[in-house]
Structures are given as C-alpha cells and as structure tokens.
Design a protein around this ligand. Structure first.
Ligand code: ATP
Ligand code: MG
Length: 293
C-alpha cells in the first residue's frame, strides 16, 4: 500500500455566508440567506481534493480552538482526511476563523490567525509518509526545520505560496529547497519584486486562473503551458489548492508534465464550478465530478 501524503498548514473553521445581497458597511446589517460552516485553509483543501481522488491523506495542523474544533474535525472526517496528527490549540489562543461573505460574483474574507500554524514536528514520524505538501510559504518560514526533517526521511516536498502582504528575499532559499513550488501569477510577481527569481525551485508551477497554468524545471529553458477549459465560475475560492491536488496526484505517479498540468487544470475547473472551501468538492452534499484527463 502506498504511504500517505502529509498536508501541513494553517487550519481554519470557515463561516461562509452565501448569496448575500451586498457587503456589510459601517452602521448597517446584512442578512445572508445561506450559511455553511466547514474546515478551510489551503493545506486542507489540497488534502481533501487528494483524498477525493483516492489518496490517503493526513493533516498536520493546530486545530482551531473550541468550539470550532468539533466542526472542523467532523468536516475532515467527511472528506476522509486523517486528523490524528493535529493538536488542540493552546489555552488562550483565539479560534482560527475565516468569515467569508459571498455575493453572486465574489467573496470578501475576514480572518483571525493566532498561535502557531503547526504542532511540534517531532511528534511526526516522517518516514511513515511519501510526500509533504505545505499549504503556505509563511508556515514554512515559521518552521523551516520541517523541510530538513521531511527530506532526510526521504519525502518529496511541495509548497504553495499563498498571498502575503510582505515577502522578502530570504524566501528564495526555502523555495529552492522544495521539489515543487506552486504560486499563482500575483504571488510570483510579488516575489520577483523583492528579488526572488521565478524559477528558483527545481520545478515551478504557476497558476494563471482562467488561462490555466505553466510549469518549468530549473534546468529547462522554456515553460510548458496548459490552457484551462472554459467553465462557468460559481466561486473561485480554493481553485489554486484544488489545482495543487490534481497536479501532485499525477506528479507523484511520475506522469509527464503535460498530464500533471492538465489534471491540475481539471481540478481547478471543478473547484470554480461549485461553492465552498474544500475544493468545491462538496456543496450541498454533492460532489463535482472530476473529468478524466
Ligand atoms: N475561470 C476559470 N476557468 C477555468 N479554470 C479556472 C478558472 N479559474 C481558475 N481555474 C483553474 O484553477 C487553477 C487555479 O486558479 P488560480 O490561478 O485562480 O489559483 P489561485 O489564485 O492560487 O487560487 P486560490 O489561492 O484562490 O485557491 C487555474 O490554474 C485553472 O486551472
Ligand atoms: Mg493560491
């Protein structure tokens, strides 16, 4: 049996107010017709999408503080993401919550991140896993030792970038040490602005929304481009994290790069066609079918 994939990153309880008539403004109140509470955060969305494709996935995160831990654990179970390596938040840490207000066209987010993203990594036996996916650069910057521990146990490592208001050049060394780096266009431009080269990782995969994605190994002299199929966008939240899952699923099978990109695009497209954080792979109990590639 294949070893599981370990997904590390900040884990949230998402409170999603859907179909609101407008965004709240100071001194006013808005009533949303729909509310859903679910687990969220990039590492979880990638993990849940990998699990929906039949991979064995463990989450490595601090849980949001009570009472939100119960909700998140139930959602993780529903998505077949193993929570055994997660630890309860320390006393006094605020619950990690994202409030999302969704209009027809887009969403606004209000988030509280508190305490460390990850538990003590010495609680993990890395040799039990095949691959480590890290949901955001910031989490790796918080715990750079993670990389050495995973690598020396023989794991391959992938890293999503995720948006930060401030990047700095020192991120280049961490990015260069993972096997696959998966930023989007905005993130790669912001990193380039502080002097982090576009292709410092052994393999860089840039997600370009409606335009699909492109990949380039450090040793290549050109990008391999893959276009996205046109689809009706319901909610773009988590598309990048779902893309990661599709790409990695093929990459871990040593598939050609075109096939990895194409599966990533298929997962990204499936995610944008449904409401919800967990890759859009669960809305009202339904799952969007992933096209075969
Ligand atoms: N409008 C769209 N039509 C088809 N596919 C899309 C569309 N938007 C996104 N995708 C797919 O999803 C992938 C990821 O989207 P995007 O580039 O928006 O990532 P992202 O900005 O990292 O997303 P997020 O961080 O919100 O999860 C794209 O590479 C593409 O495959
Ligand atoms: Mg992203």
């Amino acid at each position: 049996m294949n070893k599981p994939i370990l997904c590390a990153g900040r884990l949230y309880c998402d409170l999603v107010f859907a179909d609101a008539p407008r965004l709240p403004t100071l001194g006013t109140e808005v009533f949303a017709p729909n509310l859903s509470l679910c687990a969220g955060g990039g590492a979880f969305i990638t993990g849940a999408t990998l699990a929906s494709m039949g991979h064995s996935v463990w989450q490595f995160s601090m849980l949001p503080a009570a009472p939100f831990d119960t909700l998140v654990l139930a959602d993780m179970k529903e998505h077949h993401v193993v929570a055994t390596a997660c630890k309860p938040a320390a006393t006094g840490v605020d619950p990690q919550i994202t409030v999302a207000v969704g209009l027809q066209s887009d969403r606004a987010f209000l988030t509280r991140a508190d305490g460390p993203a990850l538990p003590d990594p010495t609680t993990i036996r890395f040799s039990d896993f095949a691959h480590l996916h890290i949901g955001e650069l910031k989490t790796l910057q918080e715990m750079p030792a993670l990389l050495g521990m995973a690598k020396s146990a023989g794991l391959t490592v992938s890293l999503d970038c995720s948006w930060q208001d401030n990047y700095d050049k020192s991120a280049a060394d961490l990015i260069a040490a993972v096997d696959v780096f998966l930023p989007n266009e905005y993130e790669v431009a912001a990193l380039a602005a502080v002097g982090v080269p576009e292709t410092c990782a052994p393999l860089t995969v840039i997600k370009s929304g409606v335009n699909g994605a492109r990949a380039r190994a450090r040793t290549d002299d050109a990008w391999t481009q893959s276009v996205a199929a046109p689809v009706k966008v319901v909610d773009a939240t988590g598309a990048g994290d779902a893309f990661n899952a599709g790409f990695l699923s093929c990459w871990l099978d040593r598939a050609p790069i075109e096939q990895c990109l194409s599966k990533g695009n298929a997962c990204g497209a499936a995610a944008v066609q449904a409401l919800g954080g967990a890759g859009g792979f669960k809305t009202t109990g339904e799952r969007v079918a992933l096209p075969d590639t």
